[in-house]
Design a protein around this ligand. Structure first.
Ligand SMILES: Cc1cc2nc3c(=O)[nH]c(=O)nc-3n(C[C@H](O)[C@H](O)[C@H](O)COP(=O)(O)OP(=O)(O)OC[C@H]3O[C@@H](n4cnc5c(N)ncnc54)[C@H](O)[C@@H]3O)c2cc1C
Length: 427
């Protein structure tokens, strides 16, 4: 096992410095078990793409980044089992070469599977659940160092998938897969808000995945990205609610070159090269941006979007771009989509954290009538007392964490503040 003093102490955005004393990089399951069992306080570290302190520990962080991905496809069961440390882009390339696909991807393919499912990371599409909904099995190294294998349908499984790192270190994940499919990506610019909001569900059902990019000001959506499966039988999207079909590739942030974006202009290609917005080959080691996202039920989509448009003068000075996506309801206890079809109101901020943190309570107050649930891995202001009423299974999760980690080995400041409160005795 390689144990090293923390040299690179920063997350991807560079806005959070991990406080853990060490980061360990186990090279085998036995190594991982020893690292967990031997630590007084421990936490799992993914690919460091979260923007807050969710992935920290007062003592030892454990990264699975050097574990063999061990991609194991079960063609009969239509599942793939893989190390939780593998990045989606690597897994997607492997699956595509073997003729299989995941149902969806997030915007960036560099994020680890373990970190993404732990926070209910999502792509878009009215009928697409978030990435955690593809999980059908988990192998978790628990606080004692023992391995717990659970399958979909087992007691508490729905509480363990979006685990926020509070339950143990996920060693391997089994995901549902399907036969590979092709996707075309069409971009429309200057789409009138009125036309889309008049028929929101139909507009966001126009393709397998629809993303609306906006700065909230003005009467038009700056860009709409439609990702359409070529096997859907639907005609190619030639028009979108009065928007202008793009005649060149676009980056979501106006004025930025589209070189790092996945192929657009309606050219069909494998799902693995289209469902993310950015190419795997582009390796952003860090980012000059911050992110926030609030998820509301789809029945509130129009009102919540209009609430953000009303706040445009407050939002726009801090904003690089916003993206509105949709996700299908699921049964995962701490999923932002638990039992409600929803939309995500996402904000990519300029790296102005102090100013963003002043604005967040204002955004949360404006979205409170819609029971907005913040993305666990992005910046938000709410604490456990505000979040508990938003999640019907919140207390069940706290009790599960108490049973799986009675000594609080995996607790950290984030979990204390936003989920666990004083529900589990401090270690
Ligand atoms: C440029 C960029 C684009 C993004 N795009 C999207 C997007 O399209 N959609 C979206 O929903 N989100 C998006 N995000 C947010 C991102 O998906 C989440 O923050 C995600 O949690 C990051 O995963 P990670 O592997 O970096 O995990 P980390 O940030 O390292 O950790 C996040 C959480 O996962 C836990 N964790 C990590 N690995 C394990 C493991 N093996 N076992 C148990 N727990 C584990 C950690 O303990 C922590 O609680 C984006 C972030 C960035 C920086």
């Amino acid at each position: 096992m390689i144990e090293e003093q923390v040299r690179d102490r920063l997350n991807w955005a560079g806005n959070y410095e991990y406080r853990a004393r060490t980061i360990e990089h186990p090279t085998s399951l036995a190594d991982l078990q020893r690292a967990v069992a031997g630590a007084t306080r421990a936490g799992a570290l993914g690919s460091r793409h979260s923007f807050n302190d969710i992935a920290d520990s007062p003592e030892t962080l454990i990264s699975l980044d050097v574990l063999d991905p061990g991609v194991d496809i079960d063609e009969a069961a239509l599942t793939v089992t893989v190390s939780a440390g593998v990045r989606y882009g690597v897994l997607a390339s492997h699956l595509q070469r073997s003729g299989f696909a995941l149902h969806n991807l997030a915007s960036l393919p560099h994020i680890s599977v373990g970190g993404a499912i732990a926070t209910a990371t999502h792509g878009s599409g009215n009928t697409n659940g978030n990435l955690a909904t593809a999980v059908v099995g988990l192998e978790i190294v628990t606080a004692s160092g023992d391995v717990l294998a659970v399958r979909k349908g087992d007691d508490d499984f729905d509480g363990m998938v979006v685990g926020l790192g509070a339950l143990g270190v996920v060693h391997r994940v089994t995901l549902r897969i399907e036969p590979s499919f092709d996707v075309r990506q069409d971009v429309f610019t200057d789409v009138p808000w009125d036309a889309v909001l008049a028929d929101y569900d139909a507009a966001t059902s126009s393709a397998y995945s629809v993303s609306l990019f906006t700065d909230w000001s003005g009467d038009t959506i700056v860009q709409a990205w439609l990702k359409s499966r070529t096997d859907s039988g639907a005609p190619a999207p030639g028009a979108f609610y009065g928007g202008t079909p793009a005649d060149r590739p676009y980056h979501p942030v106006p004025g930025v070159a589209a070189d790092h974006c996945t192929q657009q202009l309606g050219v069909p290609g494998p799902w693995s090269d289209r469902l993310a917005h950015f190419r795997l080959a582009f390796t952003p080691s860090n980012g000059e941006e911050l992110q926030t996202e609030y998820l509301v039920g789809r029945e509130h989509a129009v009102a919540a979007i209009n609430a953000m448009r009303d706040l445009a003068p407050r939002i726009s000075p801090l904003l690089l771009v916003s993206e509105v996506r949709s996700m299908a309801a699921d049964e995962l206890w701490l999923s932002n989509n638990y039992r409600r079809d929803g939309i995500g109101l996402h904000f990519t901020w300029k790296p102005l954290q102090a100013e963003v943190e002043i604005l967040l309570p204002e955004l949360e107050a404006a979205l409170a009538p819609f029971a907005a649930r913040p993305h666990w891995g992005k910046l938000f202001a709410a604490d456990a007392s505000q979040l508990a009423p938003l999640y019907p299974r919140f207390e069940d999760f706290r009790s599960l964490a108490g049973r799986m980690d009675p000594e609080g080995k995996f607790r950290n400041a984030f979990l204390d503040r936003v989920v666990l409160g004083d529900s589990v005795e401090q270690a």
